[in-house]
Design a binder for this molecule. Structure first.
Ligand code: BTN
Length: 331
């Protein structure tokens, strides 16, 4: 018996042509009842696909959608072999998929990717949910191992932020900025987020899963995102070719990983500080209930945020702060 996800993919494949597909024809060709087709269509709509129906005609996609294309990715990424690109219509989380792969496979090659059209349990930083409707964003995770323990990957996510900015600029996105540690912003609105999951030993090898979500064209009525957001359609005036964008980001990430492996964060610091959206601005560092107020002074050698604050004697001193639980806000 076919699984629900196989049937949903089969339905989608038929709808992508842009024609009406009747429930009866879909049911007959896929070997399930019309009632089952209607349930699967509902599930696809819940993933964010805009499918409508007209009596007597059937189901149709409201807008043309473009999917990731594995053949094309393989052609444009000639160093990749098919088993290094896991392309899935729907997954819980691309980071979790790679994590699972690392547990079950003997060998996972550096640079291995998981890319999805939608995530049902997309994860953001600090335990937040990453809203991941179908076909609206690039949801991608990239695997890279490092020697030298956790210390060796300190600040890695900041270098990843720069890699993604550089790829996005190649697609005409101007005036992008970075918000510590690694959110990509445009006009005070978030365009992309990065989540690096690290597994390994204190001093041994570290397995990094670098996940990123880049908003391509989010529905205007999306109300589950709690902060101001933007997408590439707004920034560059059209939706870029997502296969080409994925290729550019993956190429840039491979380059960045080699540079980071060789030099650590050192060679990225000045550039990161150039993109800092809070440079010399009054900010608050938020750590749970605690707030620390000061003037943002960029990042240090470890990727920690530097803040000019008043010490107990009233003197201004610059201190570094680091930790996954810290977030920054303008005041
Ligand atoms: C953040 O800004 O909070 C980080 C968001 C990271 C989202 C991406 S989407 C692909 C990958 N898979 C996940 O579950 N999360 C990351």
């Amino acid at each position: 018996m076919k699984s629900s996800s196989t049937i949903r993919n089969d339905i989608l494949e038929r709808l992508i042509g842009g024609n009406f597909c009747s429930g009866e024809t879909l049911g007959r060709t896929l070997g399930v009842s019309r009632a089952a087709i209607s349930k699967h269509i509902k599930a696809l709509q819940e993933l964010g696909l805009d499918i409508y129906s007209v009596t007597g005609k059937g189901y149709r996609l409201a807008h043309e959608i473009h999917l990731f294309d594995k053949e094309r990715l393989l052609t444009e990424l000639p160093n990749y072999r098919p088993e290094q690109i896991h392309l899935l219509p729907v997954v819980d989380s691309t980071n979790d998929y790679l994590k699972q792969l690392l547990q079950t496979e003997q060998e996972v090659v550096p640079g291995t990717l998981c890319i999805a059209e939608a995530q049902t349990a997309g994860r953001g930083r600090q335990g937040k949910r990453w809203v991941s409707p179908f076909g609206c964003s690039l949801y991608c995770s990239f695997y890279w191992p490092f020697d030298g323990g956790f210390q060796a990957v300190s600040g890695l996510s900041l270098a990843v932020g720069l890699a993604l900015v550089s790829a996005l600029e190649g697609f005409g996105a101007k005036q992008l900025g970075l918000k510590w540690p690694n959110d990509i912003y445009h006009d005070n609105k978030k365009v992309a987020g990065i989540l690096v999951d690290v597994d390994g030993q204190m001093h041994g090898s570290c397995h990094c899963i670098i996940g990123f979500g880049v908003n391509l064209v989010l529905p205007n009525n999306i109300d589950e995102i709690s902060q101001p957001w933007s997408d590439l359609r707004q920034i560059v005036g059209h939706v870029p070719d997502k296969n080409a964008l994925a290729v550019a980001m993956i190429q840039q990430l491979n380059k960045t990983m080699l540079q980071f492996q060789h030099d650590g964060l050192k060679s990225f610091i000045d550039k990161w500080n150039d993109y800092d959206i809070y440079k010399e601005q009054e900010v608050a560092l938020i750590m749970g209930e605690n707030r620390i107020y000061g003037v943002a002074k960029g990042i240090d050698q470890t990727g920690a945020i530097r803040l000019a604050i008043k010490d107990d004697t009233g003197q201004t001193v610059v201190r570094s702060f680091f930790g996954g639980e810290i977030s920054v806000r303008a005041v």
